[in-house]
Structures are given as structure tokens and as C-alpha cells.
Design a protein around this ligand. Structure first.
Ligand code: AHR
Length: 320
């Protein structure tokens, strides 16, 4: 009788072991932070095994990695799709097989997902556009360097940015050049543009890495005009946007929240059949030289706590 009780309790959902597959479109410092947070959040859920895959910006590779997760029989898939129209078939396949799908940060063109979690990229573009308008006192030439052309944050940030600039008739968007989220693309595009024209007052890099790449290219060409460089991500790492704004290398950034803890909480709610919202927009804020130092102090405290957790549990390294 006791044995029967024990074996029955072992089958209850409380003891169910879950495998979560995380499909990252790319590998970069923003995603490293998110992966760390997901791993740390899984420490408190002993019944969760979390597996990571990075597609290195390659659509086909991401499709293969998602299919691999499906064939392995993961209980839930968390995915950041490289581009909107290219990964849908794999996501649809997971969804059709009854695997809950959480999209985070980037979206697809399909409605076949269980939940979305991430920031509102249209709002980010709009806030940065308004910041540019005010900083340039309503007059000047602006260059935008976008992220990967068909990735949803690139499209949405661009829309928000243009909508904000529309309220400043004397501000001209002289170009919207397609980068690929890397520092190198920001550098390359700025270098080629500066060889054609020099009347640039502001560069909006759709992330901090591209904005910093553009700044480096201008400096290399000995271009010392006072250009305003702004980005997005506001990462707290030593090479991240928060430091770049604090040291005045960037005029502003926007914290693009990772919040792996909330992504994991959403995953657990779905797996444990608890209530959850389908679309979850994360709040965030602009970073300027006025608030950057205060934010860095908060980050120090959080990092300290995180380091303690990693020390206790060890770093989980599960890329393939
Ligand atoms: O998907 C959005 C972008 O992806 C982030 O802003 C960027 O830095 C990351 O690579």
C-alpha cells in the first residue's frame, strides 16, 4: 500500500520533469545576459532541464535547431526568430504538435504561438526619435542604422522612429541603412556614408553596438564634428550601453529588457497549466547621462546577488 502511494505520487504533476528548448537567433552580449538569467531562474526549479541553441543569424540553422528540439520531444519551446517570415514553418510545426511556444524579443508573421514576451519596439523607436528631435532642437540631419532588415525589432523601431521624427519638420532622415545588429555593420555603413557626405548631426543605431561601431568609424576617419550617437540595449556590462552613456560615448540608449526571470515564470505557468497572458510587454526606460550613473549603481547590487547564485550552483553551459 505504501509503495503504491509512493509510485502514485511520483506520477503527480508536482514531480513532472520538464525539458525546455531555447532557440536563440544569434549570439551576442544581450543574449548572453538573457541565457544567464534563464539558467539562473531554472536553478530554483529542480524539475527543469533547459537546453540552448544559437543559430548565429542563420535562418536555416534556426529551423533545423527548432526541428531538433521538436524531435527530441521538448515540453516547451522558447524562441527568438531571426526574421519575421523565415522561421514560421518550424514554429508552426512545434505548435501543431502541441508544444507550447513562447516567442521572446522577436516575432514571426504567424499567429501560432502560445505567448509573446518582450519590449514594445515601436515605443522604443518613438522615444528615441523624440529624444533626437529635442536634442537637435528640431533641426538637423539624422542617419539611422537598422538591425537585420526583416527582424521584427528592426521594423518596429524604424516605424516608431519615423513617426516621432514626423513631428520635427526640419529634421531630415538622410538615410536608413540596413545593418545586422553587429558593431562591424555599424562601422562599415558609417565609413561608407562619411566618404560620400559629412553633414550628419545624429546617428541612431538601432542597438548600442551599431551606434558604437559608427562612432569608431567616424573617429578613425578623423571626423571630429559633434555628432550625437544614440543606441538601444543599455546593457550593464563593461562594454554595454549603460557604461557608454555614463562615459558620454553615446548620448542616450534605451534599456532593452531581457528579464529571463519573467520568461521562465511564464514558461512555468504554461507548463503547470496556471493562468497566463498571451502578449506580455515589458516596461523599460531611456538612459541618458542624467540617470546612467544611478542605474549603474543599481546594477552593481543585482550583479552581486547574481554572482552569489552562480557561485552556489555553478554556471550552466548547454549550448550546442
Ligand atoms: O532583437 C533585438 C536585438 O537583438 C537587440 O536589440 C540586439 O542587441 C540583439 O542582438
Amino acid at each position: 500500500y505504501i509503495l503504491l502511494l509512493i509510485s502514485l505520487s511520483a506520477c503527480t504533476p508536482k514531480n513532472k520533469h520538464y525539458v525546455i528548448g531555447v532557440s536563440q537567433c544569434s549570439e551576442d552580449i544581450w543574449r548572453d545576459k538573457l541565457n544567464d538569467e534563464l539558467s539562473i531562474s531554472s536553478f530554483s526549479n529542480e524539475n527543469v532541464d533547459i537546453r540552448f541553441a544559437s543559430a548565429d543569424d542563420n535562418d536555416q540553422r534556426q529551423i533545423e535547431q527548432i526541428n531538433h528540439f521538436i524531435d527530441e520531444g521538448v515540453d516547451l519551446l522558447i524562441a527568438s526568430p531571426n526574421q519575421m517570415h523565415t522561421i514560421s514553418s518550424a514554429i508552426d510545426r512545434a505548435y501543431a504538435k502541441g508544444i507550447p511556444v513562447i516567442l521572446f524579443d522577436r516575432k514571426t508573421d504567424s499567429r501560432n504561438y502560445t505567448a509573446f514576451i518582450g519590449a514594445d519596439n515601436y515605443v522604443i523607436g518613438k522615444v528615441m526619435g523624440e529624444y533626437v528631435g529635442v536634442s537637435l532642437k528640431g533641426k538637423g540631419n539624422v542617419l539611422e542604422i537598422t538591425g537585420l532588415e526583416s527582424s521584427s525589432p528592426a521594423v518596429e523601431r524604424h516605424r516608431g522612429f519615423c513617426d516621432a521624427l514626423n513631428s520635427f519638420p526640419s529634421i531630415k532622415l538622410i538615410g536608413s541603412l540596413h545593418g545586422d545588429w553587429t558593431k562591424e555593420s555599424g562601422s562599415y555603413l558609417m565609413d561608407s556614408l562619411l566618404k560620400k557626405r559629412k553633414d550628419i548631426d545624429c546617428v541612431f543605431g538601432q542597438n548600442d553596438r551599431m551606434a558604437m561601431g559608427a562612432r569608431m568609424a567616424a573617429r578613425k576617419l578623423g571626423f571630429d564634428k559633434n555628432i550625437i550617437y544614440i543606441g538601444v540595449d543599455g546593457l550593464p556590462t563593461s562594454d554595454g550601453g549603460l557604461h557608454n552613456v555614463a562615459s558620454h560615448e553615446l548620448s542616450a540608449s534605451y534599456i532593452y529588457p531581457t528579464r529571463g526571470d519573467l520568461v521562465m515564470q511564464l514558461a512555468m505557468n504554461i507548463l503547470k497549466k496556471k493562468p497566463f497572458k498571451k502578449d506580455n510587454y515589458l516596461k523599460s526606460t531611456i538612459v541618458t547621462p542624467e540617470n546612467a550613473h544611478a542605474m549603474l549603481m543599481q546594477v552593481d547590487e543585482i550583479n552581486h546577488q547574481r554572482a552569489r547564485l552562480i557561485e552556489l550552483h555553478g554556471k550552466v553551459d548547454q549550448y550546442f
